[in-house]
Design a protein. Sequence first.
Length: 251
Amino acid sequence: MLNINKLNVFVENKEILKDFSLNIKDGEIHALMGPNGIGKSTICRCLLKDPNYTIKSGEIIYNNHNLSTLSTTEISRLGIMMISQNPIAIEGVTNAEMLRLALSERTKEHIDIFKFSKEAKSICQKLSMPESFLHRDINSGMSGGERKKNELLHVWMLKPSFLILDEVDSGLDVDALKIVANSLKEYQETTNCSILLITHNTKLLDVLKPDYVHILKNKTIVKTGDASLANYIEKSGFNEVSGEKTQERTA
Ligand code: ADP
Ligand code: MG
């Protein structure tokens, strides 16, 4: 269970989020939508304590842990993981090396290399990804779409309980989008993880079927609805949604 309570966030002395609150229960999928540059990625980065984002007040609690007291590593150990808008490449560390180390850190057990290799290869197959990617440096030399699939490989191997998907559809061609969307759906159904989904992609929304859709505007959530709100936005745009209308419609 994640509770974000009245968060005020500044980036380079500019207030981006004000009184931002959001609760996500175990197993729920919440989509956060809003115009470009409004603060969607900002909230994702606050959850993982990116030092570029300053939380001036408010709190984030995940399963009774106050995230402001934890480091990014400790937060990730709680099972929170993000596929970012632009996954970075890490030269000199292969996927397999990172995943084996991360898994043994998490389980505090010796990782059986044969079991690990079998599982990783079967995930590559599921994602239509060459097995050779396991031995490539993390995201290095990979296209935008390949990076997203590679991050999904990390998800399946490390099994987060809370997944942040920041425009995971960007850079994916139609076939890759189908694979990624279906794989995320399967992952969510298998593990009952919670998802914070940032996207404007109706295909991804159709597959993942969020329980709630929130509209971020004027530094806070101005409207919450079910999946049909995303269709309304698709037709009418964000200008039609305002704080006042929210109160009318949700009253
Ligand atoms: P969104 O994801 O909704 O498109 P962001 O959360 O990325 O928007 O950005 C919100 C605002 O904060 C934008 O005006 C953006 O330019 C600014 N911003 C975000 N990150 C930084 C940063 N590291 N340095 C300076 N400004 C930033
Ligand atoms: Mg963004």
